[in-house]
Design a protein around this ligand. Structure first.
Ligand code: PLP
Length: 438
């Protein structure tokens, strides 16, 4: 065995990565500022994906950096079981200003995956609290991504993420995804396909409403290639769920905090869920944090309706960590001071035109967009699924633009501080690279 070296790439087992390929040809980032990463050899890379859909206010914003540094020296850690610290209460209260009316309690965790598993557990606790303890089933959706916990992969619909792991939550069923309900190159939401929401009605018929606790969807499915819901779909899903006493969980880990040009997907679509999963942009990704935002009726049933004592046997050591709370508060201030959600809304038409300018480029079979999200889907290479998109990612990185690939799709989700010149640079580089890949 080789002697371990301090700079060996071998010891770190990377997630969702081809470890052997990466370690043979690594891409290492050393620092970041505003719209750019800088590689270890000092090359700037324009960040067209906000890190991983999360650095919505841009990188290393001074206000957030200072808040974290100050907090680390002031109160490095405090438990939130039977104790508290003021910042976490303040953050929960301030988040009310961002969440839809009626969603007014916040349970903190540390990631999107934890937010999803927490929301599923809260849904079960709610149904029990209102005397509906037979409701233990969840309904997810094909091509959904809800993180990597056992709950999340069970309700999710990304086949590779489920296949290896065997034992998933029992009783889960899935609605069909909405992809393809509108013609390729549809801008924004499509006009057709709202009736796909009737899958929930069909599953109620199959299993009985009295067995179903909640339905969970991403308002816009991100990780499986940016699937924009058709007009009327989420509204219809909400109506069916309400009719049958089923809670609606919106997984807003990507769509939260301005991505669509509104505070949340719920606000953008005008559809209020019972529970919302948040993470990523909640702290501008500067300190890990996730959250479940709950409707007043859910909190009331689970907490105020319970006998004296602990109401919910669930929580994490780092729930509401002081550094994350400080980062979250500073992040909300940056979003508000710079009106970044409105900025995303005002840039969205320019973004849409830029992304759709790639229509007609070789291999491009579909383009989708909403808010500051874009997706360029490429035809698969024969016998090598995903290879063309992977090559586009690598070549763009070499050319100084960070994009993301998932399956055959190039996904784009820049920080909301992007300017028009940088939007042109993203679309221009992508177009040139796509024209060159075989
Ligand atoms: N839910 C959605 C919709 C996501 O997009 C993600 C991550 O991309 C997650 C959950 C999981 O979040 P995390 O990676 O922080 O666990």
């Amino acid at each position: 065995m080789d002697a371990p070296t301090v700079n060996s790439l071998e010891a770190f087992w990377m997630g969702f990565t081809n470890n052997r390929a990466f370690k043979a040809d690594p891409r290492l980032l050393a620092r970041a500022k505003d719209m750019h990463y800088y590689t270890t050899d000092g090359r700037p890379v324009l960040d067209a994906v906000a890190g991983l859909w999360c650095v919505n206010a841009g990188h290393a914003r001074p206000k957030i950096v200072e808040a974290i540094a100050r907090q680390a020296g002031e109160l490095d850690f405090a438990p939130t079981f039977n104790l508290g610290h003021p910042l976490v209460f303040e953050l929960a209260s301030r988040l009310r200003g961002v969440l839809p009316a009626g969603i007014d309690h916040v349970f903190f965790c540390n990631s999107g995956s934890e937010a999803v598993d927490s929301a599923l557990k809260i849904a079960l606790a709610y149904q029990r609290a209102v005397g509906e303890g037979t409701r233990t089933r969840f309904i997810g959706r094909e091509r959904g991504y809800h993180g990597v916990g056992f709950g999340g992969i069970s309700v999710g619909g990304m086949v590779a993420n489920r296949r290896t792991f065997g034992a998933l939550l029992p009783g889960v069923d899935h609605m069909r995804h909405t992809h393809g309900s509108s013609p390729p190159f549809t801008r924004g939401q499509g006009e057709t396909g709202a009736e796909l929401a009737d899958d929930l009605e069909r599953l109620v018929g199959l299993h009985g409403a009295e067995t179903i606790a909640a339905v969970i969807v991403e308002p816009v499915a991100g990780s499986t290639g940016v699937l924009v819901p058709p007009k009327g779909y989420l509204e219809r899903l909400r109506q069916i769920a309400t009719r049958h006493g089923i809670l609606v969980i919106f997984d807003e880990v990507i769509t939260g905090f301005g991505r669509l040009g509104a505070a949340t997907g719920a606000e953008y679509f005008g559809v209020t869920p019972d529970l919302q999963c948040l993470a990523k942009g909640i702290t501008n990704a500067s300190v890990p944090m996730g959250a479940v935002a709950a409707g007043a009726h859910v909190y009331d049933a689970v907490v105020n309706g319970a006998p004296a004592g602990i109401e919910l046997f669930h929580g994490y050591t780092y729930s509401g960590h002081p550094l994350a709370a400080a980062a979250g508060l500073a992040t909300l201030e940056v979003y508000a001071e710079e009106a970044l959600f409105a900025r995303a809304a005002s840039l969205a038409p320019y973004w849409e035109d830029a992304v759709h300018s790639l229509k007609g480029a070789p291999h491009v079979i579909d383009i989708r967009n909403l808010g500051l999200v874009g997706a360029v889907e490429l035809a698969p290479r024969e016998g090598a699924p995903g290879a063309r998109a992977a090559e586009v990612f690598h070549r763009c990185f070499e050319r100084g633009v960070l994009v993301r690939y998932t399956g055959e799709t190039i996904a784009l989700s820049p920080p909301l501080i992007i300017d028009k010149g940088q939007i042109d640079e993203v679309a221009g580089t992508l177009g040139e690279v796509i024209a060159k890949v075989g």
